[in-house]
Design a protein around this ligand. Structure first.
Ligand code: ASP
Length: 589
């Protein structure tokens, strides 16, 4: 096996070929070889000859072909020729095969091709709809070949890591029943039991917990998950995750299993990069970055300056929490006005900005509000932030979570464009709150899913102060993206009933939704926990792509269509009838 650029790994040649394009170089001069592939480009070469570049997945090789051969771009050919050094001065250092060419060829056309609808040249900007309509041609492009091969290497590294750690790969059903991830689900009508539906799984969550009850101890799966949610650049109806569950383990064991897999992936695709996967608590992440998935590739941390303004004259700073940060880059007045609007759009009452100026060796603040700020407040603010001349200080005052979140969003907008693209900043966020808030009736809402184990130290506050209860759940973050999440699960009926009670899920509802899981737990459930991270997003970040569609062979558009196959499509009335369904007038929403 020979590795090439673009993550291509060529096997021993077989079948119609005896060599791959990029494996041909000076060491093979004189050999007669057979290459197969697509005609990439044809160039004039004197009166009787043309240069034909033949492309396979490893790259291209130049063949010197008589003009009399009738060849066109994208025709599929087999060329048998002799490897010869290129004449002096005609080398192409960009190509692995750039010092040789194939001469005296026998050309066999394996398939002709109509002119393709767009150029494969990477420099040409293409409209995504055309790319998706002809995805099989789009995927011939070097960038897409590289992306999908990278993804295959990611999968392979994950599998190796899982096997090394004693995990067993087990497939779980796609035709399933509701799972507790909280997204809208895809339904599949049953033909044999009309009016009944399967649910496509949002994740293998329940199945993997049942496998723990079944004694598999360490399970994993590279699993397809399906969620009927509005699509965005980072979301598809179907996505792939490494799904893992293990028994008789603690949170730190799960973090270690996943860290091992992440290290294996980085080693496989970026061997020159070393990564440290550190841990930060949810509260720290919120306090310092105003986000539970912070981008730490740039500074501009948040500072709690509430106490400085406890007696302030400035009404706007009269709030339970005052958060401040130094902007990561200089900001024009127009930009500051935009930021004020943005903060308001995010729900802030306002955004205060103050410019730090140096006058006669003294730092002072210049801002529409600075004349209302006491000298003491100004000096303490500058000292608390470590501000220097020409810095701009931004502040939001509100209740704590809103203030940090809004300033965190402002921080992200300003800092992300400045972040070093070569850094891979992986880290764990731990100690999430068990509940993300209260619903309109005052009932807590699960932050993860209802099988998440509370932190044992906080059990006592489940009834009295549920929002302060931490969970044994954790997220993995890379460069400000949440790659995945997991938790230690509840495995005893007593705790599970308590959580259902707090969540306002009555026994009948719990039984109808998860009865089979609750039953299984009566027959000896080991303590267990797990995790899942998204392979689409991880691969996209490693490939330097913004959009996960670039890492998916056949993705859907934003509106959920497959432009190549035309799905989703209407079906005939008799097929609906077989499923016990009746067409209704189509409504537009
Ligand atoms: N099932 C969860 C998810 O898909 C992950 C986990 O808790 O293992 O997000």
């Amino acid at each position: 096996m020979q590795p090439f650029d673009n993550y291509a790994v060529a096997p021993e040649p077989a079948g119609l070929r005896t060599a791959y394009a990029s494996s041909l170089n000076e060491s093979r001069v004189g050999e007669v070889v057979q290459v197969c592939g697509w005609v990439n480009r044809i160039r004039e070469h004197g009166e009787h000859l043309v240069f034909v570049d033949v492309r396979d997945f490893t790259g291209v090789v130049q063949c010197v072909v008589p003009r009399s051969e009738n060849l066109h771009p994208e025709w599929v050919v087999q060329i048998t020729g002799t490897v010869a050094e290129r004449p002096d001065g005609t080398d192409n250092a960009q190509l692995a095969s750039g010092r040789i060419e194939l001469r005296d060829p026998t050309v066999r056309v394996l398939a002709e091709a109509e002119p393709i609808p767009f150029s494969l040249d990477e420099r040409v900007e293409l409209d995504e709809a055309t790319r998706l309509r002809y995805r099989y041609i789009d995927l011939r492009r070097t960038r897409m070949q590289r992306n999908l091969r990278l993804r295959s290497i990611v999968n392979s590294a994950i599998r190796h890591s899982m096997e090394e750690q004693g995990f067993v790969e087990i497939e779980t059903p796609l035709l399933w029943t509701p799972t507790p991830e909280g997204a809208r689900e895809f339904l599949v009508p049953s033909r044999t039991q009309p009016q009944n539906f399967y649910v496509l799984p949002q994740s293998p969550q329940i199945a993997k917990q049942l496998l723990m009850v079944a004694g598999f101890d360490r399970y994993y799966q590279i699993a397809r998950c399906l969620r009927d949610e509005d699509l965005r650049a980072d979301r598809q109806f179907e996505f792939t995750q490494l799904d893992l569950e293990a028994s008789f383990v603690t949170q730190s064991d799960i973090l270690n299993f996943i860290s091992h897999a992440i290290r294996a992936v980085v080693q496989a695709v970026r061997p020159e990069t070393t990564i440290a996967i550190d841990t930060i608590t949810w509260r720290d992440a919120m306090n310092r970055y105003g986000s539970d998935k912070p981008d730490r590739r740039f500074g501009a941390q948040l500072h709690d300056v509430t106490s400085i303004f406890s007696e302030t004259q400035v009404k706007a700073l009269n709030a339970p929490s005052v958060q401040a940060m130094i902007a990561p880059s200089p900001l024009s007045r127009a930009r500051l006005d935009e930021l004020v609007d943005r903060a308001k759009g995010l729900g802030a009452k306002g955004l205060l900005w103050l410019r730090v100026e140096e006058i006669d060796g003294q730092l002072s603040l210049n801002s529409p509000v600075s004349k209302f700020l006491a000298d003491r407040e100004q000096q303490q603010l500058v000292a608390a932030l470590g501000a220097k001349a020409n810095d701009t200080i931004l502040m939001v005052a509100d209740e704590w979570e809103r203030a940090v979140t809004i300033l965190g969003q402002i921080r992200l907008g300003l800092g992300r464009p400045l972040a070093d693209q070569n850094i891979l900043d992986f880290f764990w966020v731990i100690d999430f709150p068990l509940f993300e808030g209260l619903d309109e009736f005052g009932t807590p809402i699960s932050a993860h899913h209802p099988f998440t184990m509370p932190n044992e130290d906080d059990f006592a506050r489940l009834d009295t102060d549920p929002l302060s209860v931490r969970s044994q759940s954790y997220d993995l973050v890379l460069n400000g993206w949440e790659l995945g999440s997991g938790s230690i699960r509840i495995h005893t009926s007593a705790i599970q009933s308590k959580i259902f009670e707090v969540l306002g899920i009555d026994e009948d509802t719990a039984r109808s939704r998860f009865g089979f899981l609750l039953d299984a737990f009566k027959y000896g459930a080991p303590p267990h926990g797990g995790f899942a991270f998204g392979i689409d997003r991880l691969s996209a970040l490693l490939a330097g792509e913004e959009n996960i569609r670039e890492l998916i062979a056949f993705p859907k558009t934003q509106s959920g269509s497959d432009l190549m196959t035309g799905a989703p499509k209407q079906v005939d009335a008799d097929i609906l009838a077989q499923l016990g369904l009746q067409p209704t007038a189509r409504t537009k929403d």
